[in-house]
Design a protein around this ligand. Structure first.
Ligand SMILES: [Mg+2]
Length: 288
């Protein structure tokens, strides 16, 4: 029997862009719970940021953080420990962690190398999260201090606030590539161009979704799984393209991602969690 797995982006999709509330999605979340459909948060947020959100959602399913860089499966969720995972204990909770992405320290070292090899060419042109510190992150993002501290607890990526112009930014990315990160670096711009995220190019949401789906196939209760992916922006495209069913959530602040696929695509009428509620309910009714 085919059983659905729902991989969902948070900000602007399940959570409201401004208030971070999931209230409008509550009716469909309740239906998913009654059908025992796993709801798998798939987000650019860190593990530390996700834990309180997961608690607020009353969610006990696996999840994917830092744009696909790591997967966490609660210990006991499957009968056996999934392949290639290690134990991670955070805030008293036990997870099987899967990641093949380089650690945050790797990206920080790469930045030091740029300074060594290119001298002052890029100094003053950017500031990374490590150097911003919690107060700096709070000032720049508008996050409260406690949340800025959680955003700074990163495992696998290092956001950079770019201060130079676009031409200088291109030179900087070329410099990073020239010092040996050519294949592994996927420096892409998120959040309206505010940050460059240094993250492994292969560690996208889509790849993590496929990896976790294989774990369900190997260890889950059902014979087969159908992936539904829900997201509102550019960094959701990899999972929206790779899923069996794509649910694009309309955004009040930017245009919707354009998909190459032509079948089993849904797009919400409403924005954010209202749209999520409407389109996921429709998919459940139509496809299952
Ligand atoms: Mg989003």
């Amino acid at each position: 029997m085919n059983s659905p797995l729902l991989f969902t982006d948070l900000d602007g999709s399940l959570l409201d862009h401004d208030t971070y509330s999931h209230k409008a999605a509550s009716p469909t979340l309740a239906i998913l719970k009654s059908l025992a459909v796993p709801v798998i948060p798939t987000t650019s947020k860190t593990l530390a940021e996700l834990l309180p959100i997961r608690a607020a959602l009353n969610n006990t399913d696996p999840f994917i953080v830092e744009n696909g860089a790591a997967i966490y499966i609660p210990v006991g969720y499957f009968e056996q420990q999934p392949d290639k995972t290690t134990l991670c204990i955070k805030e008293g909770l036990e997870f099987w962690e899967y990641s093949q992405a380089p650690t945050r320290a790797h990206w920080q070292q790469l930045l030091s190398k740029v300074s060594e090899q290119f001298g002052d060419q890029f100094s003053g042109k950017y500031i990374n999260f490590q150097n911003l510190g919690t107060q700096g992150i709070a000032d720049l993002t508008g996050l409260p201090l406690t949340q800025a501290a959680l955003a700074n607890q990163r495992g696998f990526s290092e956001p950079i606030h770019w201060l130079g112009n676009d031409a200088e930014k291109k030179q900087f990315i070329a410099a990073l590539e020239s010092i040996g990160a050519l294949e592994s670096i996927g420096a892409h711009i998120v959040e309206g161009g505010r940050f460059l995220h240094l993250i492994d190019a292969h560690a996208c949401k889509g790849a993590a979704m496929q990896r976790l789906t294989s774990s369900f196939k190997a260890n889950g209760k059902h014979n087969n799984y159908i992936c539904i992916a829900a997201g509102d922006s550019h960094n959701d495209i990899s999972m929206l393209e790779a899923a069996d069913i794509a649910a694009v959530i309309r955004s009040p602040v930017h245009s919707s991602p354009i998909l190459k696929r032509e079948e089993n695509n849904y797009i919400s009428e409403h924005f954010g969690p209202d749209g999520w509620n409407e389109v996921i309910a429709k998919i459940l009714k139509t496809e299952f």
